[in-house]
Ligand binder design. Structure first.
Ligand code: GDP
Ligand code: MG
Length: 300
């Protein structure tokens, strides 16, 4: 093997409706893919992971960069730029079938200040004539605005996505596979949802509690004709005293865990969530490999 594996983090900036979600879903081939927030990325949440034999691209969402027009200003640009630190590639996406207006300048300004390579992606080329594409590109690329590459694509039809991937990979460093493939192939949403709930327990309770905690998603169903998912989860802990801490006085702690988890799950699955949590004591679950398997942990 002469080629080394490459991996890295990529973020997509763009105003609402330019096609960010469509691109990610297209790359992953399904509606919702992986999403997780890992301890090392407290400010960034993972939206999806694209892996093949040669590389792994972890697409992350950096909060603070999709600000509405009224929030423009030096401070916002600074915060947004700050949130992009540590990203290997920044993709700036525009809808080239729409007018490029003053609001777009916020995005351009942010992109201009980051150190990472910036790829300008002009989306929705299926909707416009080639001459228009050239006009749009010319209006965005001036001598103040430098981009490492300009890639026109259609996230809907998939046109030119190969080119985009190639360009991204060019800028990725050599690195390990941060995530195993099966994380998003066989058990995507449930696993991630349970991790989010666990993360909230970790954030909110005393330190000794979380280590003895596992979360089992007992049911996850889309409600018919509604943009809503009902999720039922059981939190297993080791001792009655832990159960008490997780539930809290008059159920306050559990309520807070549920609220915070719900907000994250909603933003990640892009859908309303009705989350029900139960807490049970399960003695010594950690010693029981069979039980662990049920919780989605793998032994490798
Ligand atoms: P986001 O807000 O940036 O995540 O944008 P979405 O991915 O939700 O897309 C907004 C709208 O644009 C949706 O109706 C998409 O179907 C549509 N859209 C996205 N990409 C394309 C494209 O390449 N061509 C066309 N014609 N429509 C697109
Ligand atoms: Mg979106």
């Amino acid at each position: 093997m002469d080629k080394k594996f490459k991996s890295g983090f990529v973020t997509i900036i763009g105003r609402p409706n330019v096609g960010k979600s469509t691109l990610i879903n297209r790359l992953l081939g399904e509606r919702v893919s992986i999403i997780s927030s890992k301890p090392q990325t407290t400010r960034n949440s993972i939206r999806c992971i694209y892996t093949n034999d040669e590389y792994q691209i972890v697409f992350i969402d950096t909060p603070g960069i999709h600000k509405p027009r009224h929030a423009l200003g030096e401070y916002m640009v600074k915060t947004a730029t700050e949130s992009l630190k540590g990203v290997d590639v920044v993709i700036v996406m525009f809808d080239c079938s729409a007018e490029i207006g003053p609001g777009d300048m916020h995005i351009i300004e942010v992109a201009g200040k980051v150190d990472s390579p910036v790829i300008l992606v002009l989306n929705k080329i299926d909707r416009i004539a080639k001459s228009r594409l050239e006009q749009v590109a010319a209006s965005l690329v001036t001598h103040e605005n430098h981009f490492d590459a300009i890639i026109p694509i259609s996230a809907s039809t998939g046109e030119n996505l190969d080119e985009l991937l190639k360009e991204i990979v060019k800028h990725l460093p050599e690195g390990p596979k941060y995530f195993t493939e099966d994380i998003y192939t066989d058990m995507p949403e449930k696993f991630i949802v349970s991790e989010i709930i666990r993360e909230k327990i970790l954030e909110l309770t005393e330190e000794e509690v979380p280590h003895g905690t596992a979360v089992d998603i007992t049911s996850m169903k889309e409600r018919e004709n509604k943009d809503l998912i009902d999720i039922e989860a059981t939190i297993f802990c080791e001792k009655d005293s832990h159960k008490g801490m997780i539930i809290g006085k008059q159920g306050k702690m559990l309520k807070e865990i549920g609220t915070r988890a719900r907000v994250d799950i909603e933003s990640l699955l892009d859908c309303k969530i009705n989350l029900q949590l139960w807490v049970k004591v399960k003695n010594d679950w950690r010693d029981n490999k069979g039980a662990l398997k049920n919780f989605g942990y793998k032994w490798e």
